[in-house]
Design a protein around this ligand. Structure first.
Ligand code: NAD
Ligand code: UGA
Length: 459
């Protein structure tokens, strides 16, 4: 069968895999290939055990894989055969040299640009799907157009806004798709081709177009605004704990103002995930680069509150448990950075668990999907940390239980039985405010939510 378009994505991660599966699923007339340098990952994409857990993704991949969706490690062949190339490689925070700890590390991205240049034999549209510092497209163009074979490359920016755990839903019904291009005849022509691809399932009015720099910057700013809301509500949760106000009531009262809106106002142990922190660091670095010190300081505050919130959680535990955690068994329910994913990148649970270990506690980590990653994150701490998937089994004999991820299954446990199996007095620290605190208190727990008065049986 001949396909109308041949589309390639370089990078088969949390973004590349699901986004390409969605294009293949929605556009049977296109042939979609996803390549990666990581053979093990590609083998998993070709198996029944996908490399990422994402609700609804298995079904979609199963429906199209081998028909118009293909996973491969043959990058040269794929570049040669496809004329629309998404680049979805990782862009982590740089951990060496100039900008270490702040700037985006563009080494994977630049390597990809050079590979595209090396193996291209015909014109290509190259689409930045990775999150990148503003003006990266310029560097991409300069590398690609340094060729001497007269091949034309057009670079577009098409940042991804999906969230993990809801990727399939977000891709099926996105709030918007953003496409940035140069505003030249060629740039607009390339942009229209990408608009047509998305228009197969996304209503036209939700496909936003802009200049390329606005598109690149909008992605960083979207993540910064989302993270800022979480830090704002978390900052207020600390004040609630001092004043007997209740953060859930405050966030409901604030969020019902239609100008503010109710989403992303759940107080927690702080945001995790591979992107919020790195993208804000990237934004702060850019602002400093342009001499915008006050702007940089403003956004850096969002990250400072996020660290503060995690440290505050541990300090509350120490304070509540008679100023020592030494030798105490603490059960952690949830290690993923949010529910419905096995991803633990920058999960607050990592920092919190390490702090508990520093206090000489014995930590039992439980999670329905993230234990493999948790084991890797906590390598070297095996003498102090153990891993038990069953939450009821994990909590047995523990002095304290902390909820660090808002998995639905934790809401539905038998808390009478949990209490009965724990050492006394039993402490419950709900880092996500998902449990019925009144009920747990009545059962006998000393309950410490976030941003609400604790409920204790001590005089
Ligand atoms: P990831 O680490 O899961 O996947 C990136 C993949 O790229 C890896 O499998 C890696 O092996 C591969 N890769 C690196 N260099 C390569 C090369 N030269 N050739 C081929 N493959 C190569 O990362 P991710 O979470 O999918 O994120 C990718 C980008 O998308 C990042 O810029 C991120 O900021 C952005 N983003 C991520 C999310 C998310 O939810 N994870 C959402 C929106 C945007
Ligand atoms: C986030 C954005 O929501 C996506 O739009 C974006 O594409 C993505 O980053 C990215 O660029 O990688 P993600 O990190 O997958 O998506 O998940 P979110 O739902 O945004 O949650 C991030 C963190 O904030 C989680 O740790 C979550 O538990 C926490 N959170 C979220 C809160 O603490 N409170 C809230 O009210 C909402």
């Amino acid at each position: 069968m001949t396909f109308e378009r041949n589309i390639l994505c370089i990078g088969a991660g949390y973004v590349g895999g699901p986004t390409m599966a969605m294009i293949a699923y929605r556009c049977p007339r296109y042939r979609v290939t996803v390549v990666d340098v990581n053979r093990e990952k590609i083998d998993q994409w070709n198996s029944d055990d996908l490399p990422i857990y994402e609700p609804g993704l298995d079904e979609i991949v199963r429906a199209v894989r081998g028909k118009n969706l293909f996973f491969s490690t043959d990058i040269p062949k794929a570049i040669e055969e496809n004329d629309i190339i998404f680049v979805s490689v990782n862009t982590p925070t740089k951990n060496y040299g100039v900008g270490a700890g702040m700037a985006a590390d563009l080494q994977f991205w630049e390597k990809t640009a050079r590979e595209i240049l090396k193996y291209s034999k015909s014109p290509k549209i190259v689409i930045e799907k990775s999150t990148l510092p503003v003006k990266t497209a310029l560097a991409m163009e300069r590398i690609l157009n340094s060729n001497h074979h007269g091949i034309a490359f057009d670079v577009l920016s098409n940042p991804e806004f999906l969230a993990e755990g809801t990727a399939v839903r977000d891709l099926t019904n996105p709030d918007r798709v953003l496409i940035g291009s140069e505003e030249t005849e060629r740039g607009l022509c390339a942009r229209n081709i990408l608009v047509e691809i998305y228009a197969n399932w996304v209503p036209r009015e939700r496909i936003l177009t802009s200049n390329i720099w606005s598109s690149e910057l909008s992605k960083l700013v979207s993540n910064a605004f989302l993270a800022q809301r979480i830090s704002s509500i978390n900052a207020i949760s600390a004040l609630c704990e001092k004043t007997d106000a209740d953060i859930t009531e405050v966030s409901r009262a604030v969020g019902t103002d239609s100008r503010i809106g109710p989403k992303f106002l759940n107080s927690s142990i702080g945001f995790g995930g591979s992107c919020f922190k790195k993208d804000i660091l990237n934004l702060v670095y850019l602002c400093r680069h342009y001499g915008l010190t006050e702007v940089a300081d403003y956004w850096e505050g969002v990250l400072k509150i996020n660290d503060y919130q995690q440290d505050r959680f541990v300090l509350t535990m120490i304070d509540a448990m008679f100023n020592t955690l030494s030798g105490k068994k603490i059960c952690v329910w949830g290690f993923a950075f949010k529910a419905d994913t096995g991803d633990t990148r920058e999960s607050p649970a990592i920092r919190i668990t390490k702090r508990l270990v520093e206090e000489n506690a014995l930590v039992i980590v439980s999670d329905p999907k993230a234990l493999k990653n948790a084991r890797a994150d906590l390598r070297g701490l095996e003498d102090r940390v153990s891993f038990v998937e069953d939450p009821m089994e994990a909590v047995k004999g523990c002095h304290a239980l902390c909820v660090l991820t808002e998995w639905d299954l934790y809401r539905h446990q038998d808390f009478e039985a949990v209490y009965a199996s724990m050492a006394k007095p039993s402490f419950l620290f709900d880092g996500r405010n998902i449990l019925d605190h009144g009920k747990c208190f009545r059962i006998g727990f000393n309950v410490y939510p976030i941003g609400k008065p604790p409920m204790t049986h001590f005089q």
